[in-house]
Ligand binder design. Structure first.
Ligand SMILES: O=P(O)(O)O[C@H]1O[C@H](CO)[C@@H](O)[C@H]1O
Length: 258
């Protein structure tokens, strides 16, 4: 199983018997440039299940093409990974979402993809998957159900949601008009990542589960004096680290029992 920990990088510290490889020591691997993305591939076990954790991901706004951003997912497929847990920090578009809430990703809107910018663009390599892939079952329903049961038992029910993630290119945060448009499109949380990895994972026939941590409430009024910033994003993530570690550890154990 593979866990993509990204800005939740401290979660990698829960891995038992870890073997950590720095991305810069892996031939042809991209290198993380974003604060909070530590840049290690960590092999080990969690809940007695063999896992690989990406401690740091790659974003389009860093300057990498999407094929490069997602190359690690294909590396993971080649080492035998068939289940992927993706995580991210996201701004809450849904007015009911509060900082620190968890959103299980039930679906996504690929803003970059609408214009044809897709990691699967180019000649198809059939060793990984088919040219045309369905995405209506991208996020595994059974795992969402399982995750809901865990958060309920953890007493997190009120701060947990199921929603739609939209990816924008970044690196700027959204204007007020953009926030209002994304809401109208039906998105609940916005970020600058994840969807390319999910596309490549589905191309490789992986089972995918994803969740967002709501790190800020998107600003939708011209009278609001506040501004979003990456420090508040990191702070919100760190304040949830302990309960997220517990959640992911239980989830991995449950997945293995299925
Ligand atoms: O999606 P992740 O990498 O978790 O992080 C989110 O937080 C950063 C912006 O603060 C952006 O990288 C955005 O995508």
């Amino acid at each position: 199983m593979h866990i993509n920990f990204h800005v939740l990088g401290t979660l990698a510290n829960t891995i038992v018997d870890p073997i950590s490889l720095n991305y810069k020591d892996i031939p042809n691997f991209p290198v993380s440039t974003v604060e909070g993305h530590q840049g290690n591939l960590v092999f080990g076990t969690l809940s007695n299940v063999k896992v690989v954790c990406m401690q740091g991901r790659f974003h389009y706004y860093e300057g990498y093409i999407l094929q490069k951003c997602t190359a690690p997912v294909r590396v993971l497929a080649l080492v035998g990974i068939n289940k992927l847990i993706v995580t991210n920090a996201a701004g809450g578009l849904n007015p009911n979402y509060k900082v620190g809430d968890i959103m299980f990703i039930k679906d996504h809107i690929n803003f970059l993809g609408f214009g044809g910018n897709n990691p699967l663009r180019g000649p198809n390599d059939p060793r990984f998957g088919a040219r045309f892939i369905p995405m209506n079952k991208a996020y595994d329903r059974a795992l969402i159900k399982n995750a809901k049961e865990i958060t309920k038992k953890m007493g997190l029910e009120k701060s947990t949601h199921e929603g739609v993630y939209v990816m924008v290119g970044g690196p700027n945060y959204e204007t007020i008009a953009e926030v209002n448009s994304l809401r109208m499109l039906g998105a609940d949380a916005v970020g600058m990542s994840t969807i390319p990895e999910v596309l490549v994972a589905k191309h490789c026939a992986m089972t995918v589960f994803g969740f967002s941590i709501i790190t800020n409430e998107c600003i939708s009024s011209y009278d609001d004096e506040t501004e979003p910033n990456h420090q508040e994003v990191l702070k919100a993530i760190n304040s949830k680290a302990e309960s997220l570690k517990e959640f992911v550890t239980i989830l991995v154990g449950n997945i293995a029992m299925e």
